[in-house]
Design a protein around this ligand. Structure first.
Ligand code: WQD
Length: 335
């Protein structure tokens, strides 16, 4: 059985579907801080299997141990953690406690139950922005620019130590901007509060749930002045997690620590995201330019060559497909 730890269903419910459809039994750990158990039904509707669910917080070591006592956990896909760059600048201590202390609890219990295979959901925010992109896996990562990126850097190095000294086998996956909706249109980001990320916010404006999108600054040194990102469809992203798991299973090694950039190699600005959305929803999307958001960067991009050569993984879907899938979800599930 594989344990999937996460804190927001939208993106990682896709991972549950992908691993179940690949034949794995899974258990889910979520503290329901920004999610609802509704998605469990969607996962069951898609896969005809109801994953084991534990409402737990990785800051609670006993709650983690209960899962390992009740199940033979062969490996962990570790997504859980606070994830908003700008929020981490406002709440650094929450990020250090949740992300780093929580991960430490998880790794300690894993070793106690002789479970040492793990996929870690890291981030391209670990790369030093002063280096010249495209960032490759051995680009320096020590000079992070926000507490969120710092927590990812620390956890990566904890796992590197555990591989070097405790025979852990680690696939460390670095990505930035997952965008999502399952082609079944049953699962997508459905934040309980106001979305942090661009696409779910755009979708709420598109469906008149929110009045207007604020574009955080338009004077960056980019194609049109707005922030540029490599948006990766979550269906591609979770396929990479499955490929990484198979890489660990088949590695035949006692200990592994390998990092992989998961990127599409295409970049989209905020204004382009608005234009693509307007093509799909057939009406203008209300928006205004405001001040830049703390922690934001103009653009970042990485080379995905290593994931292609070693994991045989390459992104297949486009950001326009993600926008279309998200809008189809909205149309299918108008509240
Ligand atoms: C994208 C662009 C904003 C909202 C991502 C992941 C985060 C983490 C770090 C992996 C930026 C602009 C956004 C809005 C806007 N992932 N924007 N108005 O900040 O790149 O963070 O990388 O480590 O989990 O989300 O993603 O979607 O918040 O922003 O103008 O209302 O959209 O300035 O240029 P971000 P995002």
């Amino acid at each position: 059985m594989l344990l999937l730890t996460w804190w927001t269903w939208y993106i990682w419910s896709h991972a549950a579907v992908t691993f179940i459809e690949a034949g794995y039994d899974i258990a889910i750990l979520d503290n329901l801080s920004n999610s609802s158990k509704e998605v469990l039904k969607h996962i069951e509707n898609i896969t005809w299997k109801a994953p084991k669910f534990y409402e737990a917080d990785i800051r609670d070591k006993d709650a983690i141990e209960k899962i390992f006592k009740e199940n033979k956990i062969d490996g962990v896909i570790h997504f859980a953690g606070l994830k908003a760059v700008w929020e981490s600048c406002d709440k650094p201590y929450e990020y250090y406690e949740n992300n780093v202390v929580g991960s430490n609890n998880l790794f300690e219990i894993m070793e106690k139950y002789n479970c040492k295979d793990i996929i870690f959901s890291s981030s391209a925010t670990v790369y030093d922005p002063n280096e010249n992109p495209p960032f490759i896996e051995n680009t320096p990562t020590w000079n992070t620019t926000n507490p969120y990126g710092t927590t990812k850097f620390i956890i990566e190095n904890m796992l590197r130590d555990l591989a070097n000294h405790r025979d852990f086998r680690v696939a460390n996956l670095r990505y930035f901007n997952p965008v999502w909706a399952h082609e079944s249109w049953l699962i997508w980001e459905d934040p309980n509060d106001i979305p942090n990320n661009l696409l779910p916010y755009i979708m709420k404006v598109a469906s008149w749930e929110l009045p207007e999108l604020s574009i955080y600054w338009d004077d960056y040194d980019t194609i049109d002045g707005t922030g540029v990102r490599d948006y990766i469809h979550v269906v591609d992203l979770v396929e990479a997690h499955l490929d990484a798991w198979k890489y660990l299973e088949n590695s035949g090694k006692k200990a592994v620590f390998e990092s992989f950039n998961l990127w599409t190699g295409t970049w989209t600005s905020v204004k382009e995201m608005i234009a693509y959305t307007e093509e799909i929803i057939w009406h203008p999307l209300n928006h205004e330019i405001v001040e830049r958001r703390s922690g934001d960067i103009a653009s970042a991009y990485c080379s995905p060559i290593k994931a292609k050569e070693i994991l045989w993984w390459k992104a297949k879907l486009t950001v326009k497909q993600a926008i279309k899938d998200s809008w189809n979800f909205i149309q299918t599930n108008i509240r």
